[in-house]
Design a protein around this ligand. Structure first.
Ligand SMILES: Nc1ncnc2c1ncn2[C@@H]1O[C@H](COP(=O)(O)OP(=O)(O)O)[C@@H](O)[C@H]1O
Ligand SMILES: [Mg+2]
Length: 257
């Protein structure tokens, strides 16, 4: 049998509130809708992506257990979802303790990469949601990934902090993962009625050129509400602009890899 080429994409920006989790959830679900077997790994201790697909009031095995305990295998923490083609490795608030637990471990930055090897052949795409920091968890994601997708909020300080992120990407490339590439910059919370949004988009195009996705994610009430109902935009409001835009993004991602 021909071996599957799995693509691993981290959704990363150290700023909070820029649409990382919303993008991870809906990109993963969009790919799954296109019949692509997709695994969503929630690497954010806030576990919002996990809550969308799982009831985690139950104590479930999660990414923290597997990164900390070499005896626990990835296959033990993969959960199925309501979609046949979407699978989830959930997070939990305890993940925030990982950094202190792994101090002094030589392989601290490589744990996720090593663990993903166990299961990656089972999936076409692996999407990783990362926390709003450039710490150990995010670096684990970048070391394990082929691509990074950077959501940028259409707001006044949109590009602030990008330098730190690009520097971290360069460090990871130089030291641990030379094949890491930016798959694209995604403008989020875009409001086409404001000149500010348009200006930010132009500014992004000037800095990043064709790396900026053609797909834009508009600011929308539906997208804002969907997490409260623990749903992706595709199940919550399938006819909304948000669903259309995230489907467009999924197709653009497929074209770019
Ligand atoms: N396109 C959008 N329109 C309106 N609200 C959005 C949109 N994208 C995200 N949000 C809301 O903004 C907040 C932050 O989004 P989130 O995806 O959690 O960002 P991050 O993971 O980067 O912190 C959430 O409350 C989310 O529901
Ligand atoms: Mg988030």
């Amino acid at each position: 049998m021909e071996q599957r080429k799995t693509r691993i994409i981290s959704i990363t920006n150290q700023k909070g509130g820029v649409g990382k989790t919303t993008t991870a959830i809906n990109l993963a679900y969009g790919l799954a809708l296109l019949n692509i077997t997709t695994l969503l790994i929630d690497l954010d201790p806030q576990a919002n992506a996990s809550l969308t697909f799982l009831d985690i009031h139950r104590e479930v095995c999660n990414i923290y257990d597997v990164l900390l305990d070499s005896k626990i295998q990835m296959k033990d923490v993969i959960h199925s979802t309501a979609s046949d083609t979407l699978f989830l490795i959930p997070s939990r608030i305890s993940l925030a303790k990982l950094e202190s637990k792994l101090i002094g471990e030589i392989d601290a930055y490589y744990r996720l990469k090593e663990k993903i090897k166990e299961i990656k052949d089972g999936y076409d795409y692996i999407i990783i949601d990362t926390p709003p920091a450039l710490g150990l968890l995010t670096v684990n994601a970048l070391v394990a990934s082929d691509y990074i997708l950077i959501p940028v909020q259409a707001s006044y300080f949109a590009l602030e902090g990008t330098d730190d992120l690009l520097e971290t990407i360069e460090k990871v490339k130089a030291l641990a993962n030379p094949s890491l590439n930016i798959i694209g910059i995604l403008i989020t919370l875009f409001d086409k009625r404001t000149t500010l949004s348009k200006d930010i988009y132009k500014q992004l195009k000037n800095v990043f050129g064709s790396l900026v996705f053609q797909s834009k994610i508009s600011k929308s009430i539906r997208l804002e509400e969907s997490p409260a109902y623990k749903e992706s935009i595709f199940t919550f409001a399938p006819k909304s602009s948000g669903a259309e835009e995230y489907m467009q993004l999924a197709k653009e991602v497929l074209k770019r890899v």
